[in-house]
Design a protein around this ligand. Sequence first.
Ligand SMILES: [Zn+2]
Length: 279
Amino acid sequence: MPEGDTVWNTAHVLHGALAGSVIRHSDFRVPALATVDLSGWRVRGCASRGKHLLLRFTGPEDGRAMTLHSHLRMDGAWRVYSTGETWRGRPAHLIRVVLRTLTTVAVGYHLHDLALVPTDKEETLVGHLGPDLLGSPDEPGGWDPAEAVRRLRAQPDRTLGEALLDQRNLAGIGNLYRAEILFLRGIHPTTTVADVEDLPAVADLAHRLLLANKGRWTQATTGSVRRGEEVYVYGRAGAPCRRCGTLIERDAVADRSTFWCPACQPLVSVKAKVAPADR
Ligand SMILES: [Zn+2]
């Protein structure tokens, strides 16, 4: 599942393979970019912002800075091969772009929202995003827990399950982390933001989970990367909760399946929590 950590890893691989190199040949297989030719352009680097990838280039003559934006969504991927190596990634019909340097070929499969924009216009593509869970705090759009909480609080009637997937709040959370964050905080997915007692703790946990998975391709929230032990609830409908044995449930929240333990994550509202004697 390409979430913020996977996208960060992808940017890291592309940066290592291409930064500083000159593109010898480019091949865009999407109509909007079919006539683009990046040969002669030098790769400045690759960065991620939430789940968006930004591959930055400098022009051959005028030093013009351009950015190739891509998004992996559910199924996209970039693969890097040595020149002459067989491309083992995916079927050829899924290829959207091929970038060749002297030694390396970068192939983008099933990429979404491919766009080439001047680098100083990147914000038109990623400026709407909330603080990037893996972004450096001193960079534009980088991690800023207070801002993330402020954005969550701005829509108190939304369910937290929906708010966590909204990239305008925190950038980088996908379906796996949403389910795991809610489990670890003991929050039912349809609890409204207003009913969550400790939103800063939710934001902090999201940050720590993505950081823990940055730099590896296996996503784990349990502390174990052994197959079948990586997560608490995600993808485990009908299986016993690792903490209490209750069967994990599954339903759609914000149009995507989520998973929770009905015992560890009871649905409670602030009203219900006020005992009669306290009124
Ligand atoms: Zn449980």
